[in-house]
Design a protein around this ligand. Structure first.
Ligand code: MRU
Length: 382
């Protein structure tokens, strides 16, 4: 099901006139109230995965209902749905949707098909651990289900996918609560790529403390690196923050260091696609350069990630597979060529920020600092 809406007409872009008042010191601060962004969810009839097609933002707000394993794999690979937590949730719901038409198969055949679909979805993108994490959870649920019928298996899988969705929303809120202490009233936050509501099922990871600061009545503003080549910062972060009434300024990717030098950035908050056991973090290409500049200028640099992004089985960043994408993403922009035909291009989608450049990792379970252990007991107390 598609229901296109133009950028100008879309109610999703226009702040609702309704406003809520939040008590704040002597006066009250007016916070715009908007419908939450639902980047991934079940379709209302429960038979499909519904996503916001992020390839078309900010010009068009279009939702897609997807059912087949190929449609869902393609949506993930082409970044119609993107962001580490969102692709994990999308794959979980999508896996169930893709299996519904096989309800009449025997449980043995159905289990084999489930493994095959999970493998296809897992391979859509290599770097974000959330994808394989979600598929492992789904197959483990099927393996442990003591059922005699395929329909019971499907019911168990549906519950697991819904749990993954609900837990992701809760993890975002919890990251926001743990990160709020680093976002003072008046804070100027730098972020890279999009680690907001569009990248999760909830209010985001790196942007969660920002949304909670706004809810708390704090006046905060965000600098969003535009994030070449696919412009998640300017197309997506700027879109969702403007929609929420949070001041946002887009920077070109080379600009952050000079703003830090000028004392205009108080804190850096970024997301993660995979955090290795030693704290090394894979995130959107360009994150490493931001971390180097932040260290040089004494600006705190926090990675915000749900527990599903922490990969304790991967010892260090060198062991994380980095996705390399097609050269045309760099050679073309806005439908036109911006480089000589056939120019050599490198297009890694992610880089590794070494743990020593990271001030802390803000998770839903608490804030972790070096040396990283990522066990509940060892987390820092702040
Ligand atoms: O290629 P993308 O747009 O999926 O890359 C996304 C990022 O790098 C995000 O920072 C990361 O997935 C965290 S999203 C909460």
């Amino acid at each position: 099901m598609r229901h296109p809406a133009s950028y100008r007409d879309s109610a999703f872009l226009i702040r609702t006139p309704h406003r809520i008042e939040i008590p704040h010191s002597a006066s009250s601060v007016k916070i715009p109230s908007v419908e939450p962004i639902r980047s991934v969810q079940w379709s209302p009839d429960g038979t499909s995965l519904r996503i916001i097609d992020q390839r078309r933002l900010p010009l068009d707000f279009v939702e897609l209902d997807l059912k087949t394993v190929d449609e869902i794999r393609d949506a993930i690979a082409t970044l119609a749905v993107r962001g580490a937590p969102a692709i994990g949730v999308a794959a979980a719901i999508g896996l169930v949707a893709s299996l519904l038409e096989f309800e009449s198969e025997s449980p043995v055949l159905f289990r084999a098909r489930l493994q095959a679909h999970a493998a296809v979805l897992s391979s859509a993108r290599p770097t974000a651990v959330n994808l394989s994490w979600a598929m492992s959870r789904m197959t483990a649920r099927a393996n442990s289900a003591l059922t005699t019928s395929t329909s019971e298996l499907i019911a168990a899988l549906r519950t697991e996918a819904s749990d993954i969705l609900t837990e992701d929303r809760a993890m975002c809120e919890s990251i926001g609560a743990h990160g709020l202490q680093f976002v003072a009233d008046g804070a100027r936050i730098l972020t890279h790529c999009n680690a907001g509501a569009l990248a999760t099922a909830g209010i985001g990871t790196a942007l969660a403390p920002v949304y909670l600061a706004q809810r708390d009545g704090r006046h905060v503003s965000v600098f969003a690196n535009e994030t070449r080549p696919l412009l998640q910062g300017s197309r997506l972060t700027a879109w969702e923050l403007s929609r929420a009434g949070i001041p946002v300024t887009i920077l070109t990717d080379g600009m952050a260091a000079s703003l830090m030098r000028a004392g205009e950035i108080d804190v850096v908050l970024v997301g993660a696609d995979r955090v290795a056991a030693n704290g090394d973090t894979a995130n959107k290409i360009g994150t490493y350069a931001v971390a180097v500049a932040a260290r040089h200028h004494g600006v705190p640099f926090y990675v915000c990630a749900p527990w599903s992004t922490i990969d304790r089985a991967t010892p260090h960043g060198g062991a994380i597979a980095i996705e390399h994408r097609h050269a045309d993403e760099v050679r073309f922009a806005g439908g036109g060529a911006i480089a000589p035909a056939g120019a050599a291009v490198r297009n890694p989608a992610f880089d590794i920020t070494p743990a020593e450049l990271i001030t802390g990792v803000i998770t839903d379970k608490g804030v972790y600092r070096a040396p990283y252990s990522f066990t509940y007991e060892m987390r820092s107390r702040d």
